[in-house]
Ligand binder design. Structure first.
Ligand SMILES: O=c1[nH]c(=O)c2[nH]c(=O)[nH]c2[nH]1
Length: 329
């Protein structure tokens, strides 16, 4: 007789704990200098006079099971102590990037507490930009007063695991830039989509395309993310500048196509990356007045109402090779 095979699903229990929103402001960290120059960006590095971050840490390990099941706190590193650990180590960090800092602190956690098996850390950097001060020979950046940039933020995450031989291994590393908000006032279209009984959207041949965009990338070699070799490091500012340049240069038929092209350009400029991915959100302005009296191109717009469309897409080195082969034909 045939018996039905029962599939046994080996589930791994979810178990972690940690601290979020650890705000770190380290002054006079190592400046980030010597990054690769690219045509789309005049960005040349970060002074790191203020190295500011919002950090999250989560730790894992079987030793923590009894804290959940029995209320036994003997192995628990208080999340308050984790916050102090991160802040104190910010004073010891000798590198110039958030990626490097997250990996450094993750390894220090594993070193200090032998029962921690894995550490995941992520962060968003606060850009603090020098304000311009008048001098006798024009304006110059202040080395004392900074304006906090709020919307666009470099982001990073790392997962470091203890290995069988008590070494540490970077299991996952991501870098990114969050919170781009770009509006192109004319030159974008969206037409040719399916028309059926559900379609009410009119085709648009020149829309005011407003996008929210988060971008993430992976390096071929996670070591390059640390910025110890600055010409192998990819700055969030440079990726943002490529995105805005492509937006300017391309008359996009859709957000889908626009993010693909941004991805190809970033991978072309930075061969040290393996993959780049996008999450975009469509905030295209609603047109209220099509023609205004005093300018040929002038119109009046307002914000769109919810719901909002979104796209997610990743572009790899293989995509770039295919696109370049296609171009050569
Ligand atoms: O760029 C766009 N892509 C879509 O898939 C879409 N759908 C929609 O209604 N507007 C847009 N815009």
């Amino acid at each position: 007789m045939k018996t039905k095979s029962v599939q046994k699903v080996a589930t791994k229990r979810t178990m972690y704990y940690g601290k979020a929103d650890v705000f770190v402001y380290r002054t006079y960290a190592k400046p980030l200098k010597g990054i690769r120059e690219i045509p789309e960006s005049s960005f040349r590095g970060r002074s790191n006079i203020i190295f500011g971050m919002d950090i999250q840490v989560a730790i894992k390990g079987n030793a923590f099971l009894s804290s959940f099941t029995e209320g036994d706190n003997t192995q628990v590193v208080a999340t308050d102590s984790m916050k102090n650990f991160i802040l104190r180590h910010a004073g010891d960090y000798t590198g110039a990037t958030m990626e490097g800092f997250l990996e450094f602190v993750s390894k220090e956690f594993l070193q200090k507490y032998p029962h921690i098996e894995a550490v995941t850390m992520s962060g968003q950097q606060f850009p603090f930009n020098e304000v311009e001060i008048p001098t006798e020979s024009g304006f110059a950046p202040s080395e004392l007063v900074f304006r906090q940039g709020l919307v666009e933020q470099p982001s990073a995450s790392v997962q470091v695991e203890r290995t069988a031989d008590d070494q540490y291994e970077v299991i996952e590393q991501t870098s990114g830039v969050k919170g781009l908000r770009l509006i192109k006032v004319k030159g974008s279209s969206f037409y040719g989509y399916i028309k059926d009984e559900y379609t009410t959207l009119p085709e648009s041949f020149d829309r005011p395309l407003f996008i929210y965009l988060d971008i993430n990338w992976h390096y071929e070699d996670t070591d390059d993310a640390k910025g110890d070799q600055p010409d192998q490091y990819v700055c969030a500012e440079q990726v943002a500048h490529i995105a805005q340049t492509l937006f300017h240069q391309e008359d996009s038929p859709s957000i889908q196509n626009l993010i693909y092209k941004i991805g190809l350009r970033v991978l072309k400029r930075f061969p040290q990356l393996a993959e780049i991915s996008f999450v975009s959100n469509n905030r295209t302005w609603e047109t209220i007045v099509e023609e205004v009296s005093y300018s040929a191109d002038g119109k009046v717009f307002t914000d769109p109402r919810p719901p909002y469309g979104f796209q997610g897409f990743s572009v790899t080195k293989e995509d770039l090779a295919l696109a370049e082969a296609e171009e050569e034909k």
